[in-house]
Design a protein around this ligand. Sequence first.
Ligand SMILES: Nc1ncnc2c1ncn2[C@@H]1O[C@H](COP(=O)(O)OP(=O)(O)OP(=O)(O)O)[C@@H](O)[C@H]1O
Ligand SMILES: [Mg+2]
Length: 252
Amino acid sequence: MKKEPLKIAFSSQKGGVGKSSVTTLIAGMLHYQKGYQVVVFDCDYPQLSIVRQRERELKAIMQNDYYKKMAHQQFSELNKKAYPIIPCKAETVMQEADKFLSESPIQYDVAFFDLPGTVNSSGILQTLFKMNAIFSPITADRVVMESTLSFLQILNKLFHKHNKKNCHYLFWNMVDGREKSKLYDIYEKVIQQLGLYLMKSYFSDAKRFRKELSDKGNALVFRSTLFPPHSRLIKASRLEEFINEFLQLIQL
Ligand SMILES: Nc1ncnc2c1ncn2[C@@H]1O[C@H](COP(=O)(O)OP(=O)(O)OP(=O)(O)O)[C@@H](O)[C@H]1O
Ligand SMILES: [Mg+2]
């Protein structure tokens, strides 16, 4: 009998806070660097931003000898393929995921779900209910905070009602400057008062999050579905800290 992978969603009601970028960063680290088998279900239909990113990256690799060589080397060293990215509709993703996982010869350790922002439909709530952990990026912006906190309170009540363990974690993304300002302290108090869990690790606002592999350059890789982030950029973004806290929370 195959073991089920841990199901993890990066979810928030507010768009553009970093769900897809952080999903690819964590998935890349786990799959290409930490020896786990990862699969990503991209349910943000029809945008399918992770599916599209993989398509752009494959094209960039075809047109760039530097990346081509890097890909060959990586895949012969690792002896495993790039992680699959499965496009799904949010309403039917659990059936599609179960089918994929039961038919695959690979035993996956982690399945990531990139869900759409609109959590109004009951389909998405049901999907969130099946997750082993839900991570919500937040930014120090009033609209983001209000919508995320109210969404998580609804979700928590629902989980509580069904006797399901609380497994929601918030983390700061796009933090301005090298250190967090006073504004964050104020928000953190509110988060604590609501009984929500905030991760210690966070991501600063940095240009590297916006850059993908390009068919021209040979810039250091950061945000990619085919390679792990470059060690120098892992250090600069304190990604290792984030991953360690993440792994501890999901108990992998
Ligand atoms: N820490 C960061 N620093 C700078 N830019 C970032 C950071 N995190 C994400 N971004 C950028 O912000 C934009 C939105 O990020 P992303 O697409 O990951 O968010 P999302 O929550 O998945 O959005 P959507 O709701 O559209 O799916 C992207 O251009 C991304 O590159
Ligand atoms: Mg997205």
